[in-house]
Ligand binder design. Sequence first.
Ligand SMILES: [Mn+2]
Length: 246
Amino acid sequence: MAIYIIADLHLSENNPILLNAFSNFYEKNLYLNDRVIIAGDMFDLFVGVDKNSTFHQKVRQIILNGRNRGVTTLFQRGNRDFLMTATMAEYFGMRLVGDFYSLPTVKGHALLIHGDQLCLSDRKYDSFKRFSSNPIMQYLFLSLPISWRNKIGKNIRAKSMAKNHATTSRELLNSPIVKEVGKRFLESAKCNILIHGHFHVFGGEDNAFGENTYRLGLGDWESRYSYIKIDHNEIKLVQRAMEKNF
Ligand SMILES: [Mn+2]
């Protein structure tokens, strides 16, 4: 019985290799009573459930197959899939959890966030999320036909990506502001381990936010994938090559 945390898969219908890797992750790593927490950006872009999309059906089937084998999936929203509601998550066989989720480990309490929250002071903060952070806008947006939503989402994402290259993710991650925000998050949640994705920079950092604090950063899924495993004995950050057919 273990908890696995993954993030930043950026699944899309144009990338069947990633979808296959996601499927294999379930098939090869997860067993009865295991729990997966997908910490955001599971989708490259998510503008609501499209029940007619074979892509969405496939994602759903992978998670439901896991559920049938006793694997529970929790979902935390990222900046690419922040429009996921509890009902939509349930369609995919997942349970939606909060944007700040804490869990006990052998090395102390860990706070899990997608990671975009660490960049709140960044003026270039993802405009797709800013675009409809207000509930009324979200409601109006979700009432549009799915084809419109896809088009609008893709346009906004393209604009946001085009102007996001001034600072590298690694520089951003090491900036004093991110350190300060992370420290505050840990203090208010009474945790000493911060787990996050979003930056696509794999790696752990000891004393990242003060003495005896740890930062565990998940990488994105591309030629490699990463996960965090938590069980009664350990908490570990793992990166692996994406084997052929994985
Ligand atoms: Mn992200």
